[in-house]
Design a protein around this ligand. Structure first.
Ligand code: IMP
Ligand code: MG
Length: 180
């Protein structure tokens, strides 16, 4: 079991598994209905997945524009509230097909808010790609079009995702199981 920063981390999805799944998702996206999509990566958690997925899209024959938006549902505390835009995209989405990329679909609040924001701005179509989905946690009326893996009901880290700003750099997705 990997040990990082003095913590034992159990690997749930290895770097190899993620790489293979990203290629499959990219093929699905290319065969889907999006026309010249604008990729919008939701920061911070999705930046590693988005970076790998756009290169998988390139291999699959798609050359998308890429934008970043930072949406947070967490204020000073840890209780989830209404999502707010902390940093916005720069492109006009009016009339565009948008592919939103996020790390995890959990309650769905973040993606529902961001999807509606793009549609309010005149996006023609909004599709959603997430690396992980926790179906047992879903509250909002929202569905991902492309899902990497079903995630167990555990707090995961790595591959862009953090706990207390740590572990984003791990090449795999795992769960902190205790001190080493
Ligand atoms: P929700 O779908 O609005 O509840 O929030 C999803 C967001 O919460 C994701 O984009 C992640 O940034 C964060 N999140 C949810 N579950 C986890 C987890 O297990 N590890 C790390 N971040 C998580
Ligand atoms: Mg996030």
């Amino acid at each position: 079991m990997p040990i990082v920063r003095g913590k034992k981390i159990e690997v749930l999805f290895s770097a190899d598994e993620i790489r293979q799944r990203n290629s499959q998702i990219a093929e699905e996206i290319v065969l889907g209905e999006l026309n010249n999509p604008l990729v919008v990566s939701i920061l911070k958690g999705s930046f590693v997945f988005a970076a790998d997925l756009i290169r998988a899209l390139h291999k699959a024959g798609l050359s998308p524009e890429v934008e970043f938006i930072s949406v947070s549902s967490y204020g000073a505390g840890t209780k989830a509230g209404k999502p707010v835009v902390l940093r916005d995209i720069e492109s006009d989405v009016n009339g565009r097909d948008v592919l939103l990329i996020d790390d995890i679909l959990e309650s769905g609040g973040t993606l529902k808010f961001t999807r509606e924001l793009m549609l309010d701005r005149g996006a023609n179509r909004v599709a959603i790609a997430v690396l992980l989905e926790k179906p047992m946690r879903l509250k909002a009326d929202i569905k991902a079009d492309y899902v990497g893996f079903d995630c167990p009901d555990q707090f995961v880290v790595g591959y862009g995702m953090d706990v207390g700003h740590a572990f984003r750099e791990l090449p795999f997705v795992g769960v902190v199981t205790g001190d080493a």
